[in-house]
Design a protein around this ligand. Structure first.
Ligand SMILES: O=P(O)(O)OC[C@H]1O[C@](O)(CO)[C@@H](O)[C@@H]1O
Length: 228
């Protein structure tokens, strides 16, 4: 499994990238609004993210257009920002049609707001390079988000979609709307390709109280060695 960071905050991205294990970034309109983002700075902001993470890390930037033609126009503009931009498009009829068009032009799409197996399969057939099933938002309405993710991972794994995607690449499933380190654990056990996580959850994924305790005792014992 790869780790993506789910944020538009440059300081968080810089910090996480410096740890050496970051494979990509996802943003959405809510995350951009949260950092006080302005409409006319959006493309520049995505460019800054691309520059921080480098060309090998995909950066998802979402279109908020509602018709296929507008989404395609948006997608083409977003794709011009940097070669690692992935156009994020909601799972809906207009979004599927735009995904097909962009995929045919060689522009990778991350199909977002995906909640069911049929949605995921349609996204795959429309040429999406990434599919983002949401976990936490199912939990928010007292449904089992991890079970839904598991269904999507297994269903997508049943078929070969390479004839549908940009340049015949394998589809990758991004476990999204992640709320805990346990969501990450379960997503990895299911075989989700990527987990996109908020910075707070990424920090929780690094640490464990037994690691802290073990480190403390190793340091204490090393002091004894030095003073012996
Ligand atoms: O439910 P949440 O925590 O708002 O998460 C929404 C998810 O949607 C996405 O836009 C999907 O990629 C991510 O940015 C995020 O993981």
């Amino acid at each position: 499994m790869k780790f993506f960071l789910d944020t538009a905050d440059l300081a968080e991205i810089e910090e996480a990238a410096s740890w050496g294990a970051l494979a990509g970034v996802t943003t959405n309109p809510t995350l951009y609004a949260r950092i006080g983002g302005k409409l006319d700075d959006f493309h520049n902001h995505i460019k800054r993210i691309c520059d921080i993470v480098g060309p090998d890390c995909p950066v998802s930037a979402e279109s908020v257009a509602m018709t296929r033609d507008e989404i395609v126009r948006d997608g083409r503009e977003l794709a011009k920002i940097a070669p690692n931009v992935v156009v994020k498009i909601p799972t809906m009829v207009e979004g599927l049609a735009a995904t097909r068009q962009l995929a045919d032009e060689g522009i990778p799409v991350n199909m977002t707001l995906c909640f069911t197996v049929p949605q995921a399969i349609l996204a795959a057939r429309a040429g999406a390079r990434y599919i983002s099933p949401f976990v936490g938002r199912f939990d928010d309405i007292s449904e089992d988000g991890l079970a839904q993710l598991d269904d999507v991972v297994r269903a997508i794994g049943n078929y070969d979609f390479t004839a549908d995607t940009v340049n015949g690449e394998q589809i990758e499933i991004i476990a999204a709307s992640i709320r805990s380190a346990n969501h990450v654990t379960q997503a990895a056990l299911m075989g989700a390709d990527i987990a996109t996580v908020p910075f707070g959850i990424l920090k929780k994924c690094v640490s464990h109280p037994l690691t802290d305790r073990g480190l403390e005792s190793f340091l204490k014992d090393w002091e004894k060695v030095q003073n012996a």
